[in-house]
Structure formats: structure tokens, C-alpha cells
Design a protein around this ligand. Structure first.
Ligand SMILES: [Zn+2]
Length: 378
């Protein structure tokens, strides 16, 4: 299911292509769509008629001149439907409400320890969702559904948690998690959700590797704008790539030592600021010696990890998660360290970037999933 959800553009369905064109080139005329998509005018006119009937586009009052004649243009209606993204992280839950463009209309964060086996926890999730729906006056018919991102691998069919590594929730099903959610739901691995939010912010990027630097380290490989999952669904799990071979290296929750996760999770940094990663960057930029020391070691390891990924894939690397979002002004220093490891004349300025989505990128990506499912079924 996930592969299907993550597809976008390039559809052979003329209605979906027309919809996507108007969304990307708002407003558009039927003549323009026909010419640029290579579809016959009657085909486009029929697609436009259906999209108008569904409330997804409306005729614009401003007629455009097209090849000497005036033509009606059509506006995209991004607020016809909305979607909710939910990130159930270790110690908090983040909710975002998004329109059809993925623009965030509302968001909320609540502290709560992740426990998918607790009925009380699941009930609380349902109550918080209901509060958002009521606050924003959303009719059930306008809500496409809820995307739920979790710090665990999701089965290929999207129906259960294949591996809930950071807490004990392996095997928990979508039906169980959705017990108090009276809407359509979809489960996602948090790394995939973050990568998906990034895809939305880089419309011209075909291939990239997304690294999530949050309370754990994860990743996602995106090829031709689709997330690759691999033979056993482990593709992109760089958190357990070995960066240190010293037998005294820190122990990972996977049972091994020296994993990427042990040296680049944000807890390595915010140990100085009582778990507050924003405050860590504040004292780092103010010149705190202890913070500078931790950051120097952290970026040594991060540079090694990014370099290895670049050598393997030769595609852009996007740094996301809490750290990736906050380290924008520190990126030049990291790029220098990566360049010192590169054997050829490649320049990290050309292939290492910080996330373009905000701090709620995982919840944003979760909301986008329901929108993509809808758009593939128009
Ligand atoms: Zn590990």
C-alpha cells in the first residue's frame, strides 16, 4: 500500500493529470492543459467537468487570453477537503491539520508517553483528534482521513507494526490503534512520513536520501519520487549502520554497539539542556564550550555517515528531524567535514541540504498520505 500512496504525478489517468496540472499551475485554461499535457481538448473538458462537479476546481471570473480568444480559467480549491497527520512519538503526540496542498491549517502538541497497548492512551488520542475536528468545524465528509506515523516499521500492507523497536509494540494492528478514531486511517513509519513531507517541498528533486535526526536516527531512500522499501522492508534503516567499530562504543537499543543511532540521535546533544534540543542550539550558537565540544564530535560522526551514503548512492542527502531542522546555520561546517572525506572532486554544497519542512515534518507527511490516497482515486 505504501508504494501506491507515495506515487505522485506521472499518472496515465487523464483526470488525475488534469487535477495535478491545475494544482501546480493555478489558474489554468482547458486549452493550456490540453496543449501541455498532450491530451485532446474533449478529454480535458470532460476531466474539468468532473473536477468542477467534485468541488476540486472552480471557474475563475478572470478570463485568460489564449491564442487570440478569451478562455475560462480554473482555480484549484485547496480547502474542499482536509487531512489530519498524527505523529505518535516516544514522549509526545503531534497533530497537524492540512489542506489539499499540504498547507498546515492548525497544529497541536501534547505530552504523552507512547503506549500503543494501553486503552487509556488510545482513547486519549481519539479525544485529542475529536477536539481538533470540532475546533476547526470540520464535517466528516470533508475529512479525508488520519495518517498515523509511528517510530516503527509498518508492514507492506499497512495493516500492522512489523517492528516496533523503540517500545514494545511489534504486531499491534491498525485496527487496534484506530479503536477510538472514527475516520479512515493509514499507518506510516516515521522516517517515511518525514521523507514524504520533504518530497512535497522539493518538487523538482527526483532522487534523494532523507536522514531523520531526532530522538532516534532513521532514513528513507527516495528514487523517482517513490520511497524504496527493499526486500524485507529495511531499506533506509541507517540508524543501525555501524559508524564506530571500537568495542567500547555506546550500546544501541538493537543490541549492537557503535550504530549511527547511538552517536547522532538528538539525545547526544540535548543531554546538556535537559532534553530541550532548541535550547542546545541556542547555547551552541552563543559559544558554550561544552555544547561546541559535543557538536564537534556529533558532526564528525554525521559527516562520516553522510559521506558513506553519498558514496553508495551518489544522490542528494537531506538532513531532517529535530536536528536537521535546527542546524541550518551550521550546515557549511558540516559540508566542509564531508568534503574532507570525499575522494573525488565532489562538493557537499551540491548534495547535502537541510530539511525544507518545519519541525512537524513527520506529522505533515502523515497528513499528506491521506491526500495522496485521495488524489490517486479521483
Ligand atoms: Zn543499532
Amino acid at each position: 500500500m505504501k508504494d501506491f500512496c507515495l506515487q505522485e504525478r506521472g499518472s496515465s489517468n487523464s483526470r488525475i493529470r488534469t487535477y495535478q496540472y491545475i494544482k501546480d499551475h493555478n489558474p489554468s485554461t482547458r486549452q493550456e492543459i490540453s496543449k501541455n499535457l498532450g491530451l485532446s481538448y474533449p478529454t480535458v473538458a470532460n476531466a474539468v467537468k468532473v473536477l468542477v462537479g467534485n468541488g476540486l476546481i472552480v471557474p475563475s471570473f478572470n478570463k485568460q487570453k489564449t491564442e487570440g480568444r478569451s478562455a475560462v480559467s480554473y482555480d484549484f480549491c485547496s480547502d474542499t477537503y482536509c487531512s489530519i497527520g498524527l505523529y505518535l512519538a516516544q514522549n509526545k503526540m503531534t497533530f497537524v491539520l492540512a489542506d489539499l496542498r499540504g498547507e498546515i491549517l492548525d497544529q497541536k502538541k501534547v505530552k504523552a508517553a507512547l503506549n500503543l497497548r494501553s486503552d487509556g492512551y488510545l482513547k486519549y488520542v481519539g479525544e485529542q483528534l475529536k477536539a481538533i475536528v470540532q475546533k476547526n468545524n470540520i464535517l466528516p465528509s470533508n475529512l479525508l482521513g488520519v495518517g498515523i506515523a509511528l517510530p516503527g516499521l509498518i508492514s507492506r500492507d499497512g495493516e500492522y507494526v512489523q517492528y516496533g523497536h523503540t517500545s514494545d509494540f511489534t504486531g499491534v494492528t491498525k485496527t487496534e490503534i484506530s479503536k477510538y478514531i472514527p475516520y479512515k486511517t493509514a499507518l506510516l513509519h516515521d522516517s517515511d512520513a518525514g521523507a514524504f513531507a520533504e518530497l512535497n517541498k522539493w518538487p523538482d528533486m527526483r532522487d534523494a536520501f532523507y536522514i531523520s535526526l531526532s530522538s532516534s536516527v532513521g532514513g528513507a531512500l527516495m528514487l523517482d519520487r517513490k520511497i524504496v522499501h527493499g526486500q524485507d522492508n529495511w531499506c533506509g534503516e541507517i540508524g543501525h549502520m555501524k559508524l564506530i567499530t571500537d568495542r567500547n562504543a555506546g550500546e544501541c537499543y538493537c543490541g549492537h554497539r557503535g550504530c549511527f543511532d547511538t552517536v547522532c540521535r538528538c539525545g547526544v546533544l540535548d543531554v546538556l539542556t535537559d532534553g530541550n534540543i532548541e535550547e542546545f542550539f541556542e547555547i551552541l550558537h552563543a559559544g558554550d564550550r561544552a555544547a561546541l565540544g559535543l557538536w564537534n564530535t556529533y558532526t564528525d560522526h554525521l559527516a562520516m555517515g553522510v559521506h558513506n551514503i553519498h558514496m553508495l548512492l551518489d544522490i542528494p542527502v537531506i538532513l531532517g528531524g529535530y536536528v536537521g531542522e535546527l542546524m541550518k546555520e551550521d550546515l557549511p561546517e558540516l559540508r566542509k567535514k564531508i568534503n574532507s572525506l570525499e575522494p573525488f572532486n565532489s562538493n557537499a554544497d551540491d548534495f547535502v541540504f537541510c530539511s525544507r519542512s518545519g519541525a512537524d515534518q513527520v506529522a505533515e507527511g502523515a497528513a499528506l498520505i491521506q491526500i495522496r490516497i485521495f488524489e490517486n482515486e479521483i
